[in-house]
Design a binder for this molecule. Sequence first.
Ligand code: AMP
Length: 182
Amino acid sequence: MSEVGEELADRLRAHIRDVPDFPRPGIDFKDITPLLADHATFSATVDALAAPHRGSAIDVVAGIEARGFVLGAPVALILGAGFAPVRKKGKLPGSTVEASYDLEYGSATLEVTSDAFAPAARVLVIDDVLATGGTAAATVDLVRRCGAEVIGVSVLLELGFLDGRAALVAVGVEDPHALLTF
Ligand code: AMP
């Protein structure tokens, strides 16, 4: 299933490499480095991620560490928006706002700088993969706790069987965009 035309969907699929049992047994890792390495495919990906949000007056793209930085920064430039890195705890200097979420084992914490978003800023959240949705939902929480508004969540690919979409709908993001669903 895909949100883009079949030609682009085929091109994207052809540039995403499955790496079995990485980073641990049982995980089928979606490696996007072949996609990033190919200018035409990288460019088409970024254009397709930006397309639904053209004209939405996005102020800031929030990219989730680390592949959300690589995809989110060029989307921000296309949309005429700024960029805010959403980082794992302990990487950002100065005053930060954080949000924690549960993982299969334990928990994780994401942070942004306290001044990442102006009050009521319109924010688009970008990442490469939507899996269980925990990371994206925590980012939505983070953006809102900074006083900004989440306009959308967009990813390159969604692992449909993990139902991250439901996790986002549960926090009020009605229509997350995914270029591809695996
Ligand atoms: P989740 O919080 O379960 O939705 O996981 C999403 C985050 O973990 C994203 O930042 C992805 O980069 C990464 N991720 C989760 N599963 C995979 C996978 N199978 N392949 C590549 N990245 C993944």
